[in-house]
Design a protein around this ligand. Structure first.
Ligand SMILES: [Zn+2]
Length: 137
């Protein structure tokens, strides 16, 4: 049984999705300000990375805390309703993420994952992380 009406569900989903687009956009702006050149959503690579910096052999994923189960994060918790359903679904996402990142590393890519909460709450950390990540590559 579904706990949400159709409208409510689509409302919730679109909020979550647009939130994710919002954070990805912020990361793009940061990279742009740092004068890095990048491509977006490269389909040919495992997991279709959000941001690809070919020159650095590097990819960046910008992950929503809910959909990608950010551990020890208040937004990464499993909902209290339909728990079994969500557990299975979110675990699947998580496994898929690790599989893609492993594949990318095997192919020689450097992989960085940024979380929604850090982009939102600690943009300075994100800048530092990106700098460190791309240094000497
Ligand atoms: Zn988080």
């Amino acid at each position: 049984m579904d706990i949400w009406s159709k409208e409510k569900r689509s409302q919730v989903m679109s909020r979550i999705l647009s939130k994710n687009t919002g954070i990805e956009h912020r990361v793009r702006k940061i990279l742009f300000a740092m004068r890095y050149r990048f491509r977006l959503h490269v389909k040919e690579l495992p997991g279709k990375p959000d941001i690809v910096l070919r020159k650095y052999n590097a990819v960046i994923f910008v992950h929503g805390c809910f959909w990608h189960s950010h551990s020890k994060c208040r937004d990464g918790t499993i909902p209290k309703t339909r728990t079994v359903y969500w557990k299975a679904k979110l675990l699947k996402n998580k496994n898929r993420d690790s599989k893609h990142m492993k594949e990318l590393r095997k192919m020689g890519w450097h992989v960085l994952r940024l979380w929604e909460c850090e982009v939102e709450r600690k943009p300075d950390n994100v800048v530092r992380k990106i700098k460190k990540f791309l240094k000497n590559k």
